[in-house]
Design a protein around this ligand. Structure first.
Ligand code: FES
Length: 509
């Protein structure tokens, strides 16, 4: 099993072992440094290494620690954001390019799997989007028409292979599904075979931007001509944090008594919608269902999201056993398209890929192709389409940045008595709460053996107050989605500095 960014265990992390190959290297200078060892980082690194660039990947934990091991791994040209919206925001020609890029992304995945003979349980699939009332019927018709306008071949279907009441059904072929962590581990091996370097358990602590970028990490200093943030959202403080909203989504893998696993991909049209598929892993098959999305840090009891999801799954399927349940994070872009390219407000050699919405598996490969074209100076229409600088800076943003860049350490030198805090800790083991005490605000967590852990709840990114996520046992920031474990260490950016620990002393000692 590999580690990931929360307490819940996903189907993917539970069915692989850690990637631990590592290349020897003697020179700390590289053409391209990639920060983040998820599907975007590793795919981009491989594309560039194959093109002759000397690349290094820095991963703060282990490969696929973040959303790559928390996704449900749908590969779509039928994107979460309907083409009706993309046409409205960007025009028909650009929407056609979006559809083309997602189609090419799936083709790229298939060609990589074939070229390197990768065992990642990939299967071709069709997507079925189904309406359940008259309003959704109308919406489905609009989506159907928009799909056809952008050359995504949508057709109406007569049947739905899952027993859920429905009205109109639309089918789109040419989609796919796979085991994302097996895929990324295989790519990482190919990358290293080609001479690439991966450093796991190596957090990037600072980046000094010049013509040659100096990268300060936990394992020494490195230099690179280009740096790519493949960290889901870039660290630090950036315009993109105002243009991407962090969301959590919940998923469950179950076995079925009747063994009737639907082979394709299914989506209802509620907001948030349910997404359904199956996955074979070796000799076992699982039904995977996801839903209950909400903004990160905006739901008080995240366990309830799993309860609602399980009720839905049991209502519609003949569940034998719930094997895994987990949640994961995605970043919704403000205008419906990801931000891939030059990081706003930085030198031209700092690149980023972010804001994938719920289509990270597909967009990761759009990003790999687009970032490679930028670095190799190739013509590519996706560079303009996904340019993060399509966002116009807002007035006053610069002073806003400098004001918030300094994180205030409110608790330095202060401690609290265990005996007194216990009076506040009217919580079950495993719970956490932000409490007021002696004029201070404290993020208090009680561990399974009753021990108390206290943190400064002020997010080190831009000073919002974190909220407890009881399902994943993390402190989540409602502003831009940073997440911290119970010790206060960052498990999800954009924060790069841990929460301040507050000392608790026993008065009797
Ligand atoms: Fe930005 Fe917490 S993530 S303030």
């Amino acid at each position: 099993m590999i580690a990931r960014d929360g307490a819940c265990v996903s189907l993917w992390q539970n069915t692989v072992t850690e990637f631990n190959k590592s290349n020897f290297f003697s020179d700390n200078s590289f053409d391209v440094a990639i920060v983040g060892g998820g599907i975007t980082g590793i795919t981009t690194a491989l594309q560039l290494q194959k093109a002759g660039k000397k690349c290094i990947v820095f991963e703060a934990y282990n490969l696929c620690f973040g959303t790559t091991s928390g996704t449900t791994a749908h590969l779509n040209t039928l994107l979460d954001t309907p083409y009706t919206t993309i046409i409205k925001n960007f025009g028909k020609e650009n929407a056609q390019l979006v559809a083309q890029s997602s189609k090419e992304a799936i083709e790229l995945i298939k060609s990589i799997i074939k070229e390197y003979n990768i065992d990642c349980e990939f299967e071709d699939a069709s997507a079925f989007l189904f309406a359940q009332d008259d309003k959704q019927n109308k919406e489905l018709q609009d989506i159907h028409d928009a799909c056809r306008e952008v050359n995504v071949k949508a057709v109406y279907a007569n049947e739905l292979a899952v027993s859920i009441a429905h009205k109109k059904v639309m089918r789109v072929d040419g989609q796919g599904k796979f085991h994302p962590v097996k895929y990324v581990h295989a790519l990482a091996k190919v990358f290293e075979d080609l001479g690439g370097v991966i450093l796991q358990q190596c957090r990037v602590e600072d980046v000094d931007e010049n013509d040659v970028i100096n990268i300060v990490t936990e394992k020494g200093n490195f230099q690179a001509e280009f740096l790519i943030y493949a960290t889901h959202i870039p660290p630090g403080v950036n315009l993109l944090h105002l243009r991407c909203a962090a969301y959590r989504s919940y998923a469950m893998a179950v076995t079925l008594k009747n063994k009737k696993y639907p082979g394709n991909l299914f989506y209802d049209m509620y907001d948030p919608y349910h997404y359904i598929r199956s996955q074979k892993i070796k000799n076992s098959t699982y039904l995977i269902v996801g839903a209950e999305d909400h903004k990160t840090g905006h739901v008080e009891n995240t366990d309830e999201c799993f309860l609602k999801l399980e009720a839905y799954v049991r209502k519609h399927f003949d569940v034998d056993e719930v094997v895994n349940k987990w949640s994961s994070q995605y970043f919704e872009p403000a205008d419906a398209l990801p931000y891939i390219g030059h990081l706003p407000g930085h030198k031209g050699n700092i690149l980023v890929a972010s804001g994938y919405g719920g289509n990270g598996m597909t967009y990761s490969h759009v990003a790999a192709v687009t970032l490679k074209s930028i670095i190799l100076n190739e013509e590519n229409p996706y560079i303009k389409l996904y340019d993060p600088n399509r966002i116009k800076p807002v007035a006053g943003f610069v002073s806003f940045l400098s004001h918030n860049a300094d994180v205030v350490r409110m608790f330095a030198g202060k401690w609290f008595a265990n005996e007194k805090l216990k009076e506040l800790a009217d919580m079950a083991p495993g719970e956490g709460r932000v409490v007021k005490y002696e004029g201070h605000t404290i993020a208090l967590h009680k561990d399974e053996s009753g021990g108390l852990h206290a943190l400064n709840p002020t997010c080190t990114h831009m000073k919002c107050s974190v909220a407890w996520n009881n399902a994943e046992q993390t402190w989540d920031c409602p502003c831009h989605g940073a997440r911290y474990n119970i010790e206060g260490y960052v498990v999800t950016g954009p924060a790069n500095i841990q929460l301040e620990k507050i000392e608790i002393k026993n008065l009797a000692e």
